[in-house]
Ligand binder design. Sequence first.
Ligand code: GLU
Length: 480
Amino acid sequence: MKVRTRFAPSPTGYVHIGNIRSALFPYLLAKQNKGTFVLRIEDTDQNRFVADAEEVLLDTLKWLGLSWDEGVDIGGPFAPYRQTERRDHYIKWAEKLIKKGMAYADPYTPAEVDQLRADAQAKKQAFLYRNYRPENPPKWAPGCGKPLRFKQTKIERKYYHDKIMGDLEAGAETLDDFVLIKADGLPTYNFAHIVDDSEMECTHVTRGVEYLSSMGNYLALYDAFGLKPPIFVHMPHVMAPAGNKKLGKRDGAKSVQEYRNEGFLPEAMLNFLVMLGWNDGTTTDIFSLDDMVDKFELSRVQRAGARFDEKRLLWLNGQWIRRLDIAKLFDYAKDFWGENGKKSTDERRMEVLEAVQERLKTLGDIPALTEYFFARPEIDLAMITENKFISKLTRDEQVNLLEVAILKLEAIDWNTDALQEALNELLTETARKPAELFSLLRIAVSFAPFSPELPRTFAVLGKDESIARLKATMDALAKA
Ligand code: GLU
């Protein structure tokens, strides 16, 4: 079997974590099987249409490195791949059903259908349109302004298999005369995806579990067309952090674009997504996209929803920043430099980035961790007086400690080894705790909440600049 999978998003403008997982799974299945990954745009719901949304989607997928082999922008043997450009295909398929007596025009107005539904509810009955099926429906033709409905002819329990969820069934009560083509002439998702998956020869349907409740209707439609259903892969929900419901915007779930703007890496996002409900059976938790292609198995995806844990994403991001080749990190960092960093040279930025690589959790940390390398920070004595270690020393002791340090450092060669050695000697000579001595020196030159380890910070700042900053801070303290 030649594997063909698809990602079929609706361009609603907001790409969330769940959407991207719906792209990652079929991408991995295609790559593992040397198959084809198709990108189709499902834009038939005009109420949900958002301009630019398609562009954002494509851009996000490219950023993640989930490249497609056929699709909306690049074409392919089954073009077009945008549903609003495929209206004639749906009409052709609809006509096949009409001919078989398996589709009919819905004569009711939406208000009348609502009334039927309200009547059923009043009688405490589940509403099924097929119970109100009109006896002599009018003729349906494209542009007639009436919805076209499917006519269920075999009311029976249906059985099927899902690659993640296992053996499942859909009861007769889930089978209805659902809408195939809406009054506006556009097909419903329920109809269009089956036409498209069939024409595009998709072997797998990968989507969220929310579609399981409609499986009875889908199976009836495959049957009506004499189609062999594809392989079903229904992915469990991504759950809110509290674990009790599906993750929504209100649970603090940001869009993928927001994470990107905050300095999350595509490597970390993908790693995080694949591990929502999957592991490779070992304790490994770092997976590159290539590792995922190698190791991912649907049989190891858990059926229960996996909890969204942003702390884990942050941790993974730090891990990935540390692992990246510095040239790649430098490229990712280009939009994240602070005011002073922007004015500096590539060479200097690279040197500074290497020094802070270990400490970054997101690229958004770059300004706070690097600005003081590019320009002398303002002296902020409160950072010294309020520091929980340094505040244990009297003002005189602080000034004296800086003086001793300056004398020692002025006399050495300026490299990390010599700096490390000098700092160790200073510790012994002054009999201070590392937290006291090193915090004082670190803050005296950076006035930043974080910085690389001290010898590295001094080395990257350079001898003259480091000594000058230590002196300036010492003088300010002495005068304060
Ligand atoms: N357009 C559907 C959605 O965005 C796709 C579902 C599917 O993959 O079949 O939910």
